[in-house]
Write a protein that binds this ligand. Structure first.
Ligand SMILES: *[C@@H]1O[C@H](CO)[C@@H](O)[C@H](O)[C@H]1NC(C)=O
Ligand SMILES: *[C@@H]1O[C@H](CO)[C@@H](O)[C@H](O)[C@H]1NC(C)=O
Length: 234
């Protein structure tokens, strides 16, 4: 099973920004925001109890995923930081998962390819509550997550199983991204996302932003442009 680490409140509140903004609006916003790649959370695998029979003891598989708008050198540097930090944080364990703002790395001694991991998720809500019409905010959020998930699982989507978008809400704008691990099928991605949308609703409901992060899928929403909705590696 996994043991949990604590999440620093300070890091939760630091707004993290994105590069590669192409729009004038985004460029102005980007210059004023923090572009660090923050550590978010980790879990160490402390026993063999989750292992499937037949797995070779000592076999380690490394899985990683960069956020859809993080590619090239940015993705490689996140991976390098994350994997060395995971070795430090879980030195005597059978494996573990570490989440950074721009990537996720897992060391595992069992093969879980294609399986949805519902156990190792967590939610980091923004401190601020939604002001104004909370019901319409929530409705827009759920519609956007569901629309983006549908886009993410379309075959031609690049990067695959990822989508980001925005929606105007009166004077504000809601920014959302969704992403699944690449070992999931389109159906698995949709299942994982719908599960997390329901499972973590008490955490993110009425909040101005939140990250719901897991081993198999994640989503994030904010009232500021933390992600470039148009970015793509091509
Ligand atoms: C960005 O965040 C880092 C880490 O939280 C902090 O040390 C740094 O001062 C911040 N930079 C700006 C310009 O806010
Ligand atoms: C946000 O709303 C919750 C639930 O209504 C309340 O308990 C909490 O104090 C509010 N937080 C802030 C920062 O206003």
């Amino acid at each position: 099973m996994y043991s949990s680490s604590s999440i620093s409140k300070r890091l939760v509140l630091v707004p993290i920004m994105v590069v590669m903004a192409t729009q004038l609006l985004l460029m102005r916003t980007v210059s004023s925001l923090n572009m660090t790649n923050a550590y978010l959370h980790h879990k160490c695998l402390v026993s063999y109890s989750m292992m499937a029979f037949g797995d070779e003891p000592g076999m380690v598989s490394v899985t990683f995923l960069c956020r859809g708008d993080s590619f090239g050198p940015k993705c490689r540097s996140c991976f390098a930081t994350a994997q060395s930090e995971l070795r430090k944080r879980c030195p005597r364990d059978k494996g573990g998962i570490i989440w950074y703002d721009h990537c996720l790395v897992e060391f595992s001694s069992s093969d879980t390819t294609g399986q949805i991991n519902y156990d190792d998720g967590f939610c980091m809500p923004s401190a601020k509550n939604v002001s104004g019409d909370r019901i319409s905010f929530e409705k827009s959020l759920l519609v956007l997550i569901s629309d983006l998930t549908r886009i993410a699982v379309t075959k031609k989507q690049r990067p695959p199983l990822y989508a980001a978008g925005e929606k105007r809400l009166g004077k504000k704008k809601l920014y959302v991204m969704v992403q699944c691990m690449l070992d999931l099928s389109e159906k698995g991605c949709e299942e994982c996302m719908s599960h997390n949308v329901v499972h973590y609703q008490d955490c993110y409901k009425q909040k101005q932003g939140a990250r719901v992060l897991g081993r198999s899928c994640n989503f994030r929403f904010e009232l500021y442009p933390f992600v470039d909705p148009k970015s793509s590696p091509n």
